[in-house]
Design a protein around this ligand. Structure first.
Ligand SMILES: Nc1nc2c(ncn2[C@@H]2O[C@H](COP(=O)(O)OP(=O)(O)OP(=O)(O)O)[C@@H](O)[C@H]2O)c(=O)[nH]1
Ligand SMILES: [Mg+2]
Length: 431
């Protein structure tokens, strides 16, 4: 015996389908309403499933016929007497009406569900975004350290995205990751080798410590402090305008036994560079200019351009500068194509978030950090670690940080670390 199961949207369609496929051989055994399709149990459609078996042909079965309409007509014609045919038709109409009513009810139910979803969405939008206490605490620490608002938003967003509620419960773990993110955001610049004569020009706003930094660098390289190789060094100043400027650098020069040349024009500068080309390192001190003084800035730019394309231009930026001014300075000095930033006067502030966020936003790397007036002691090569340990209020895992940032970073390294992976010693060495 051959059995069959068919499905259709309605009982009537299921029967028509069975007749069409199997003709009068078909003998219905069961029919039931089933639900199919949909998402998460919603929007499933009702349909009818009919099953039965095929009577053997010898019992007078006829082959299946062409169209549904034709089959319907034949069924009605076959039925006798006429009242029976009328009854069948009436039943068919009633069934049709029931199905139409069912469909309407289904549509109404769907509309109700959709309305409820819409209400739910509106309600969710209206519920204030509850900030996890750990995220709020980290944000307060960042604000206390003067990190820019955009930077803080980015960190909070990343915490929300990357951390489960369970992980957020572990404050120490979260703070270590955030400190790593900050550390990975601090770009560190390294010179590509030391091609003689290396020319390093320092530009920047007035009074940020350019001349003092030039003197510190001269001493470091001249004597070979902090692991540097002793080099022959010269200093050139193009700051002849300010009273005492020339004397200031000449005093440093005589103390450190480093020859100093003072120039006023581009030609004089070019000549001084040629005259000193036997040196390993030529340090060029420039006139401090307000970033708002576009004309004077262009003048300094022309002079610095005379140093040639090989010259490394570094921008001196005081850590004490407020956030908005820092972004402006980084932008205004852009025409100098400075390769790195020397962050000065770190000793005068406990908050360095403004500098870290401004540099990260502009994708600028740090070359040196200065933290005092003493020449030459108060200068060091920039490393993320040096800045990270200065962050106020954070209690980083110092040992893990030292391991992470021990090796000198690649020149111009940028980008954030994965922040994944819990260090084995995370509970030790917390500062
Ligand atoms: N506290 C502190 N003071 C510094 C630092 N670097 C420089 N100074 C002081 O800042 C003042 C200005 O330093 P300069 O080196 O003359 O600054 P400049 O950028 O050359 O100034 P202009 O040539 O006038 O534009 C001096 O009193 C320096 O001693 C630093 O790292 N920390
Ligand atoms: Mg100066």
């Amino acid at each position: 015996m051959q059995y069959f199961t068919e499905q259709a949207a309605s009982h009537r369609e299921a029967m028509d389908l069975v007749r069409l496929k199997y003709g009068e051989q078909a003998q219905i055994l069961t029919h039931r309403t089933i639900r199919s399709g949909g998402i998460l149990g919603l929007f499933a459609r009702e349909s009818v499933e009919v099953s039965g078996y095929l009577k053997p042909r010898s019992e007078g079965a006829r082959p299946a016929v062409g169209s549904l309409e034709e089959e319907k007509r034949k069924i009605l014609n076959l039925a006798r007497p006429a009242e029976a045919a009328a009854k069948i038709q009436e039943q068919a109409q009633q069934q049709e009406a029931r199905q139409a009513a069912d469909q309407k009810a289904g549509e109404k139910a769907l509309e109700t569900v959709l309305a409820e979803i819409r209400d739910l969405k509106t309600a969710m939008r209206e519920v204030p975004d509850e900030v996890h206490p750990t995220i709020a605490r980290i944000d307060t620490l960042l604000a206390d350290n003067d990190f820019a608002e955009s930077y803080r938003r980015e960190v909070s967003g990343r915490l929300r995205r990357d951390f489960t509620l369970e992980a957020l419960e572990d404050f120490d773990y979260v703070q270590d990751r955030v400190i790593e993110w900050i550390g990975d955001d601090i770009g560190v610049w390294r010179e590509d080798g030391f091609q003689k004569p290396r020319i390093l020009a320092l530009v920047g706003p007035t009074g940020v410590g350019k001349t003092t930094t030039i003197a510190k660098l001269a001493a470091i390289y001249r004597v070979g402090i902090g692991g540097e190789k002793p080099r022959s060094v010269r200093m050139i100043t193009i700051d002849n305008y300010r009273i005492g400027a020339r004397q200031q650098i000449e005093t440093y020069g005589s103390i450190m036994d480093v020859p100093v040349s003072c120039v006023e024009t581009e030609d004089e500068l070019r000549k001084a560079l040629v005259d000193n080309s036997d040196a390993d390192l030529i340090l060029v001190d420039t006139i401090g200019k307000s970033p708002k003084d576009a004309v004077k800035l262009a003048e300094v730019k022309r002079l610095v351009a005379a140093c040639g394309p090989k010259a490394e231009v570094h921008l001196a930026l005081a850590a004490t500068t407020k956030s908005s001014d820092m972004a402006e300075i980084l932008r205004q000095f852009e025409p100098f194509a400075y390769r790195a930033v020397v962050l000065t006067k770190l000793d005068e502030t406990d908050r360095i978030g403004n500098a870290i966020s401004a540099l990260a936003a502009k994708g600028k790397s740090l070359s040196y950090l200065t933290n005092g007036q003493r020449v030459p002691q108060d200068i060091e090569r920039a490393t993320p670690l040096r800045l990270l340990v200065r962050l106020e209020g954070f209690r980083p895992n110092r040992t893990a940080l030292e391991e992470r940032y021990a090796a000198p970073a690649d020149p111009g390294r940028r980008g954030r670390g994965s922040g994944s992976g819990r260090p084995a010693n995370e509970n030790n060495g917390r500062a």
